[in-house]
Write a protein of this length. Structure first.
Length: 509
């Protein structure tokens, strides 16, 4: 819609625009002709790696999760491919809190009224089979508007359990679940039942995480209705309950696989990352075998072509992403100030083959996701690399938030320009998206997200083609550009006459 403007206003606007013409603007990254390279990065090459990851999962109880043999085999596969391609490969080892539920939880009232309750195990719960007296802990019924219950948040909320087995009945609210569980354990309780608080939206069976292996006793969840009923039973007389959990909650070791190109300025390093681990529930061939296989194919084709990057390329395959981004966090926090200062950018590729996909690009300038905001300076230009590429191919794309759910998180917290692609996870495709990208509205982007069915049959090769080429384009563009992100065109801090090497606790293999 065009709006007519009075002459005087037009004259004033013209003067302002003339001034703005001389205002400095953020630099745009050089255009790099990536056509030949993109032709060499093929879906067939990506799928070859996907098949290898699927076979690894098949041979290791259907999983490639960090802390399991399936992950170790995945890391060995990636490391061997990269070494054979001529990269300097480093395995960065770190400890992390491993958790696995070995059998479903059980919760029942033994007396006076035998009752079986629907329950589930809290992440990082201990194992045990406990039958004991149920002791309510500072329960608020009926619940008041939030904030309501502070049940179990203070050590003084718990009366000492004594020598006989006891089960603490704790209400959700006010503090972290681990605080409630640790306070119960310190007071001598043998198990903890946490029931939902009771306000609207807080009534269903809810199960959270304790965050790490700090509690050795069973901790399970209960809905508000069942928790209220159990509490009321305790007010009429003694109640005995049985709680059963079977878990592995311990500290284990895993690795990041880091591969550096032989060429390129180490004081201008582009980190191209994807997480290598799956969840325990499945083989993770889309999440994130697709990102892993794509950047591995890119790395191999760059080497095969003899490409000489101006910036050093560091391909990173992160461990323990599914345990809260622990691998990438370990890498970033382990860098020295000098090493951190010489990271030029981070590209992140987490899920590129969703069957009901959308071409999501991380919203570097924050213009479409104001609730989460922009990435660090330079991220807007990385977003432009992707959006302009898709536009050049006649393909739509749309922004997705830097919401902290993937391995760009530690980089943007440290101020590193970041960007990347995402084909969608558990979110549902909208009618508008289905009209643009095809697929099915009202269905998840990936119906097998974090599930046993995330196999090689859970991939869109069309998504791998489109997003894989975009990933290849961005990687080569940032590797070859002569232009920085900022107004003075700078690419790095001033050289200090020293070579920069990979910085952090490592093991060479």
């Amino acid at each position: 819609m065009r709006i007519r403007m009075p002459f005087g206003a037009r004259a004033a606007l013209t003067a302002v625009l003339a001034l703005l013409t001389f205002a400095p603007a953020a630099m745009a990254v050089d255009e790099v002709n990536t056509k030949k390279f993109r032709d060499n990065v093929t879906v067939n090459g990506i799928m070859a790696h996907e098949r290898a990851l699927q076979r690894i999962a098949n041979m290791n109880d259907g999983t490639r999760a960090s802390g399991t043999p399936g992950y170790d085999a995945s890391a060995a596969y990636v490391a061997n491919r990269l070494k054979n391609a001529g990269y300097k490969v480093t395995e960065q080892e770190f400890d992390f809190p491993f958790y696995e539920e070995l059998a479903p939880a059980e919760l029942s009232q033994v007396s006076p009224t035998p009752t079986v309750y629907e329950t589930a195990t809290y992440d990082y719960s201990g194992s045990g089979d406990v039958t004991g007296r149920v002791v309510p802990v500072d329960v608020v019924l009926p619940p008041t508007p939030a904030p309501s219950s502070t049940s179990g948040c203070e050590p003084g909320d718990f009366t000492p359990a004594g020598s006989d087995p006891a089960v603490a009945l704790v209400q959700r609210g006010s503090c972290d679940f681990v605080v409630k569980a640790e306070n119960a354990q310190a007071a001598g309780y043998d198990a903890v039942v946490i029931f939902n608080e009771g306000q609207p939206g807080r009534t269903e069976l809810f199960v959270g995480t304790l965050g790490g292996p700090t509690v050795s006793i069973p901790v399970v969840g209960l809905s508000f209705a069942d928790g209220q009923a159990l509490y009321n039973d305790t007010q009429a007389g003694p109640v005995t309950a049985r709680v059963v959990t079977s878990t592995a909650s311990e500290t284990r070791q895993t690795t990041n696989v880091i591969a550096d190109s032989k060429k390129g300025d180490a004081e201008k390093t582009v980190v191209v990352g994807a997480h290598l681990d799956s969840v325990l529930e499945g083989p993770g061939i889309n999440d994130n075998g697709s990102g892993t296989s794509t950047i591995l194919e890119i790395a191999e084709e760059l080497s095969e072509a003899g490409t000489k990057p101006r910036q050093k390329l560091r391909f990173a395959f992160w461990g323990a992403e599914e345990s809260n981004l622990l691998g990438s966090t370990h890498y970033v926090t382990g860098l020295s100030d000098d090493a951190l200062g010489h990271l030029y950018a981070n590209l992140n590729f987490d899920m590129l083959g969703s069957t009901n996909y959308v071409r999501f690009v991380y919203d570097g300038d924050g213009s479409d996701t104001p609730d989460t905001g922009a990435g660090p300076p330079g991220s807007a230009q990385i977003e432009d690399v992707f959006t302009q590429y898709f536009a050049s191919q006649g393909l739509a794309s749309e922004p997705t938030a830097f919401d902290g759910r993937s391995d760009y998180g530690p980089f943007i917290e440290a101020g590193i320009p970041a960007g990347g692609l995402f084909s969608g996870a558990e979110g549902e495709k909208t009618l508008e998206q289905a009209a643009v990208y095809g697929g099915t509205a009202g269905e998840p982007y990936d119906p097998c997200y974090h599930a046993v069915c995330d196999t090689i049959n859970n991939l869109s090769t069309k998504a791998l083609f489109e997003l894989g080429d975009a990933a290849a384009h961005a990687t080569l563009t940032l590797a070859r550009t002569k232009t920085g992100f900022f107004e003075d065109g700078s690419l790095r801090a001033k050289a200090r006459g020293r070579a920069l090497k990979f910085d952090g606790p490592t093991v060479q293999r």
